[in-house]
Every structure is written in structure tokens, then in C-alpha cells.
Design a protein around this ligand. Sequence first.
Ligand SMILES: *Cc1c(COP(=O)(O)O)cnc(C)c1O
Length: 386
Amino acid sequence: MRSIYFDHSGTTPVHPAVAEEMYKYLTGDNFGNPSSVHHFGLQICKKVTEARDKVAQALGANTREIVFTSGGTESDNLAIHGAAHTNKKWGNHIITSAVEHHAVLNTVKALGKEGFDITILPVDKYGMVSVDDVAAAITDKTILITIMHANNEVGTINPIAEIGKLARERKIIFHVDAVQSFGKIPVNVDDLGVNLLSLSGHKIYGPKGTGVLYIRKGTRWRQTLLHGGSQEHLCRAGTENIPGIMGFAKAVELVMENREAESARLMVLRDKLIREVTAIDHVTLTGHPTQRLPNHASFLFKYIEGESMLLGLDMKGIAASTGSACTSGSLEPSHVLLAMGIKHEDAHGSLRITLGKDNTEDDVDYFLEVIKPIVEKLRAMSPLKD
Ligand SMILES: *Cc1c(COP(=O)(O)O)cnc(C)c1O
């Protein structure tokens, strides 16, 4: 049977060259602690600096502005906690959006419980945050704005550069979760006007449990979560995950090498998917029709449960997703779809196809062939359909 992976927003396979790079730092003499002053340590310290340099270059940042973390979730927590607690004597107001990843949304909500004043902005029907809404929400107590670059569930790209300009004018710290956008669309820290930016390794063919937090020089930010040694220029305590860091940097190098051509290739497949799937009765696109990730196609199928579609597809060897990977398995529909104004019962019929480097047009054609009978069969037995 065919086996097709269409869930690249959930995670990606580790690129063989990344695995090879990591293996080098799990074996032989490459086990040193970069904090040690002997040659075992110094040799690794040099490699970590090279890796940091590579990531910095990809973001248009300086080497010392890059902090390696244990993933997107840690980067988001570190960024938001640090910015909030370091600046609370100047104000206690934090702005975010209703469609953020839970790593951001739940962190901001936790700060709300601690006494911070939080504003969770609504989004439009495409899941997009409005620059005017951000402007209107800012008060003289606002210390942090945290808005995602591209949404993981519906692929919509937010007007980050404009929000960044606003934040800079008002001297408010701006954090962006760029986990989904990095490697697919341009992510340059100066163009976007961010102070803090999060990345995750396993969304770009790197290892799970690795990430980066970019911290702009001069940003009023201290780490407030992990107390310990002075690693990562005092921004993240704990002995570095060397194989992870080296694998992350290799993944960045590979994804940047080929970004534009690969995004253009995937966009053609994405558009074919969108065209053909929305031609099926009672199927609509979710997310923005044009301001969306090049690899991302997401839909609502009326009168069907997303879970049943996933099972049907899986029996044909196709791995896709419904809602978000973290919430599927629970009966709660996606907070992103609900924030977009989609009704509870309709939100259950969501299907997300996220393409990646090994997908071909043949895969897309096979999907289009098998999805139609699955939909017909499910609708025929659906109690939802009159
Ligand atoms: C996957 C994801 C995260 C979490 O990253 P992990 O490395 O899995 O912790 C955060 N934000 C977004 C938008 C994501 O898609």
C-alpha cells in the first residue's frame, strides 16, 4: 500500500543529512561540554558558535541574539515570561490573538492568572489579526505584543511587519511565533520588526526537542524560567543539547538553500488541492485564500466528522490531520476555527493537508482519487445530513 505523509504542520521527518550531522555529535570525541576549557570543550564550543552563526544569518540577526532551546514551546514560554516579568514595573498589559498556538495562548493566560492584564484579540473569518485592532488595544500599560506569523491550523499569514512597525513606534516588545513560517516564506527579524522570535526544529526537518529563541540586542528581557548556569549568554541555563543544536543548524541550512524553489513547487500542488477539493459539494477552504502558507490546504467538509475522514484516509495510506494535532483526540473543536466564527458542528468537519519535501503531484492525484468516495460513503451514513 502507498504511504503518504500530508501532516507537515504537525511534524516533519528528520532529513538524512541532519541525522548524519547529529550522529557525529553522539559518537567519538565530539562529546565535550562547551563550557569546559580543555580541548574537548573548546572544539564543541566552536561548533556551537558556527551553528549559532548559521541560524543568525538565516534570520538576518547577529550571532549573539540566537538562543538554543528545547523547542517552539520553550521558546514561546521563555520569550513571553521573560518579557512580562522583566517589564512589569512599567506596565502589566499583554496583547495576543485568539488563534495562537497553545504554547503562546496558555502562557499568556497563565500570566493573566498571575495578575497581568491580558487582551486576546479576535480574528476575521480568515483567521487573520487586524493591525487596527492591535493599535486600538494598545494602552500606556502595554508591555508585550505576541502574535504568530503563520497559523498552524489554517495557514493564514498575519501582517507581522505592520504590527512590528506599530510596536516599535510605541516602544512595546514584540514577540512572534514563526514556527510555521520559517523555511517557507521570508522571515527576517528586521523586516518583521520583532524583538523576540520563536522557531522549532521538528517543523523544518530537524530533530524534535530543539528550537531557537531570537532576542534582539537591547530588548528589555531576562530569562525568568530556568535558573542555573550561565549557558547561552545567560538566556537559557542548562548544558547544551549539542547533537540537537548541530541538527537544528543543519536543518536551517538545508531548508534555506532551497526555500524559494521548494515553496513555489509546493504552491502548485497546494493550489491543485484547493481547486479540486473545494469543487466537492459542501466543502469550503478555511484560512486566507492567498495570504497563506505555500504548503497548506485546510478545509471544512459539511456533514462529516474530521476523525472519520482521517480514518478513511489512513486506511488508504494517507496521513492528514483535523483540528490541531494537540486537540484532536479530545472532542473540543479547534479554538482557531471557533475564533474564525465557524459553528461548533461545522468545525468538527475540518481536514488539514500540509505538504512537504517528499510529496509529489502523484500523491496529490492519489489523494483526490480516494477522498471523493470516502466523503460519499461518510455522508451517506451521516446523521448530520438531512
Ligand atoms: C509546533 C508549534 C509550536 C510548538 O513547537 P514544539 O517544538 O513542538 O514545542 C509552537 N507554535 C507553533 C505555531 C507550532 O506549529
